[in-house]
Design a protein around this ligand. Structure first.
Ligand code: LMR
Length: 395
């Protein structure tokens, strides 16, 4: 039977890792997959994580299952991190957290939950969005449609977005990026979130907020602005959270699906269904990453250290954004690309065409996603002039 199976190209983002590793160009620069890099170009293990792991190694007593919802200690620290210490939603017992294998696992839980429990409801995603959103919802059998997000001039198209949201059929799900929009780097401001809230209320939509980069934009609380606004002003919402980036736990697969319901009773009903979905997918989530996060956030000292390290990462990325625009000045491209300094998070939608991206890779060994998405964290003071010169050459 296997003779009929067709080979397909690999994932466009993950494939860049392999292609970059194979490249022998000594000047090569990796602006592809979304992982943080320090000034030396490495993706370090945070010091707070190392310390938490040492404690775990010493104190861990069992490797038994942690249950479909995961570790209660993890839920206890992540819920306030996402929803806020004094969240009225938490006080009312309206929020449930299910630990998941990364943010991707949380999205798949959400997709299967929507498919089985909200039959016939479609999901609307921004155009563009993280390409894997399309794969995840299609694989789960949820009909997917798009609303505009970036215009032809490579700027946030908020009027287009809002107009499209107003046309979404009542009860459908709308996927919003909480902060650090992947791939564009264009985020909503407070006033725009308020307008989104009004439409979501009006159209009785269910928001699914993807929160993969908390702390990478303007701060842990600042980045949660839209999440908390919607959570506190709507009866129902789904949130997918990830500790891949802010704790640097990429390969430990540490995420969560948070479900908010109208009251505690409904929350428990929803929670029971999510447990089934988790059980049928992978039974129990991996424990190690969640235990690290709990260990850090339960300790005032480790939590402080972690916040400092996170701030360092965020400041480095935002500094690189400004330096990148500066580096383009000698080529009189600083005004054209001034928006890079305004975008937030790991990514910048550069506006470079797939052909320009191909040239950057072939002629300069600079790797980015063909959509023109660059991982700003892959830049460093040593490679900035080289990257700027290459961009000028393909402009
Ligand atoms: C990215 O968009 O590069 C990251 O979220 C990593 C991934 O899994 O695609």
């Amino acid at each position: 039977m296997f003779e009929q199976i067709q080979r397909v190209p690999g994932d466009a983002i993950l494939g860049l890792i392999e292609a970059f590793n194979k490249d022998t160009n000594p000047n090569k620069v990796d602006l592809g997959v979304g992982v943080y890099r320090d000034a030396e170009g490495t993706t370090p293990i945070m010091r707070a994580v190392k310390e938490a792991e040492a404690l775990l190694l010493k104190n861990e007593t069992t490797k038994s299952y942690i249950g479909s919802h995961g570790d209660p200690r993890y839920a206890k620290v992540v819920l306030p991190m996402v929803l806020g210490e004094d969240s009225p939603v938490l006080a009312a017992g309206r929020a449930s957290l299910t630990q998941s294998p990364g943010g991707t696992g949380a999205l798949r839980l959400a997709a299967d939950f929507i498919h089985t429990q909200l039959p016939g409801k479609g999901i609307w995603v921004s155009d563009p969005t993280w390409p894997n959103h399309l794969g995840i919802f299609e694989a789960a059998g949820v009909t997917l449609r798009k609303y505009p997000y970036v215009d032809a001039e490579n700027r946030l198209d908020f009027p287009g977005m809002l107009a499209a949201l107003k046309e979404i059929p009542e009860g459908d799900v709308v996927l919003l990026h909480a902060c650090c929009h992947n791939p564009s780097g264009f985020d909503l401001n407070a006033d725009q979130w308020q307008q989104v809230l009004e439409v979501v209320k009006d159209r009785k939509l269910l928001p699914l907020i993807d929160f993969a980069y908390q702390g990478f934009g303007d701060g842990l609380d600042e980045d949660a602005y839209g999440v908390r606004l919607l959570a506190e002003n709507l009866d129902e919402a789904l949130i997918t959270s990830s500790c891949s980036k802010n704790f640097g736990l990429y390969r430990e697969r540490t995420g969560a699906l948070i479900a908010i319901a109208g009251d505690n009773e409904q929350m428990e009903n929803v929670r029971s269904q999510i447990a089934i979905v988790a059980r049928e997918n992978y039974s129990n989530p991996p424990a190690h990453g969640g235990a690290i996060v709990a260990e850090i956030l339960e300790s005032a000292e480790l939590a402080k250290q972690w916040r400092e390290e996170l701030t360092e990462m965020r400041n480095r990325i935002n500094g690189l954004r400004r330096d990148f625009v500066e580096a383009l000045k000698p080529f009189e491209l600083d005004e054209k690309y001034a928006f890079i300094a305004e975008q937030r998070g790991m990514f910048s939608y550069t506006g470079l065409s797939p052909e320009q991206v191909d040239r950057l890779r072939e002629e300069f060994g600079i790797y980015m996603v063909r959509s023109g998405r660059a991982n700003v964290a892959g830049l460093a003071s040593e490679n900035l002039p080289y990257v700027a010169k290459a961009i000028a050459a393909v402009n």
